[in-house]
Structure formats: C-alpha cells, structure tokens
Design a protein around this ligand. Sequence first.
Ligand code: SAM
Length: 262
Amino acid sequence: MSDRASFDEASAQRLDRQYAAPALVAQRRRALDAMALHAGQTALDIGCGPGYLTLEMAQQVGTQGRVIAVDTSEPMLDIAHARCKGLAQIEFRLAEAAALPCPDESIDVAAAVQVYLFAADLDVVVHELARVLRPGARAVVIDTDWDSVVWHSSDRDRMERLLAVWMRRYANARVARLLPGALGRAGLKVTHADVIAVVELDPGDNTYSGSQAAELARYVVAKGGILPAEANAWKDDLLSLAARGEYFFSLNRYVFVASKPR
Ligand SMILES: C[S@@+](CC[C@H](N)C(=O)[O-])C[C@H]1O[C@@H](n2cnc3c(N)ncnc32)[C@H](O)[C@@H]1O
C-alpha cells in the first residue's frame, strides 16, 4: 500500500471538520482576496476538497458566472456537493489536476489550494493549469512547506522522527519553495508572493493542529513503523504542554498569484 494520503470517506469527514478551524477560515479569506473574483467570471477550483472555498467562489461569481470544482476523491466531491447545494453555477467533476476537464484558455481565475503537495509531478500539473487559463487570467496557488513547521514538544528528537515519517504522506511536503520555478517554466508570471502563518496555542478539536495531531499519530503507526506507545506519548505530551499553557504550533502556507501573459 502507498505511503501517500488517501482521501477516503473517513479522511473526507475529518477534513470537512478540520476546514472549519479558525486558522483555515482565515486562509480562505486570503485566498479569496488574492483571487479578486468578479460576477460573471468562470473560475476553477483544483482539488476542491470539502468545498468551503468552492462555495464562496460561487457566491462571488454569482448566477451569471460558473465554477468548475475538480477533485480525485468521490467522498470529497460528495461532501462538497452537499455543502454547495442549490448553487447551480457550480459543476463538480471527478478529475485529476494533471488532466483538467476544461478547454484551452477557458478560465478567468483558478485556485489550487493545498493540492499540489499531493501531485506526483509538479511541472505537469502547473503546465495543465497554464493551459486552461485565458490570456490575462490569474491563478492563486497556496501550498505548505512542511520544513516551516515549529511544533513544540518536550522531546525534540521524537518530534523530528515523527515529522520525518509524516512528510512521506505527501508527494512533495516541501512543494511551496518549488512553485515560483514551476509557474515560470509553465509560462506564468508570478505577480505576488506572500505567506500565511497558521499559529495555534492550543490543540483543541476545533484547531488545525489538534486535528492534524490525531492524524499524524495514526499515520506514523500505520505507515511508519512507529510504535503506538511512542505516538501516544507524543500526543500526551502535547496535552500536558497545553494544560500548562505551553503549547505552540506554527506552519507556513505560501501564496503565489500568477498571471498568464496576454
Ligand atoms: C488538503 S485538501 C485541500 C482542499 C481545498 N483545496 C481547500 O484547501 O479547502 C486536498 C484535496 O486535493 C485532492 N487531490 C489530491 N490530489 C489531487 C490531484 N492530483 N488532482 C485533483 N485533486 C487532488 C484531494 O482529494 C483533496 O480533496
């Protein structure tokens, strides 16, 4: 079985809850600001996941516009579909970022948020993004670089061991630093680059890091040969730190706005 993340029913349900975390609500605000959508535009959401962003994109392009929401996971598309019920301007498609179901030069604004770190070949998916953009159109690509994580633990060596296994979950856990080069090779011009820091001081159920901690502990035991006792000790330590007011998590997502030359 592959070490990579699979977006099955359980993981889709988990992400659906995780994406309501305040840090990710703030991230969506940043994504939408960068997209600067207008009524009547045709937009594309690549790797739409549970559809939170798709919903807001559809509200911004309105009934005269159109949003094509693409994902490779049927359970994710089911959740997104339910979330966006009644918005006839959205078309959900089961498709790959590497083979988008869109004609050449048909999209005004595209978003790819937290999806390219799962892509087997970054140049292929970014060339595909460039293919579907109209001349003058913009793309907003947001992705993580897991080297930017600062996750306080009483046992730093153990923390680093677990993170090294966790990074195998992604095709490229350090994809963000590669995006300027890949966008440029695809003929897109990067017009803005920025960072979104997810900073959390408690690991509660409604936080991004609390949800990821549970998934990390499950993943490293299932796929990384880490003993359950070690994973549990790590999780217990996070809770002890939180009880003492010493919990700290920070992870950077990087925002790239790129345009296709006219
Ligand atoms: C972490 S979620 C991000 C969801 C959404 N973009 C957001 O930020 O709210 C990643 C999503 O990308 C999808 N995905 C992963 N690899 C993909 C690929 N090669 N093509 C299309 N979708 C993909 C997954 O099924 C999952 O729904």
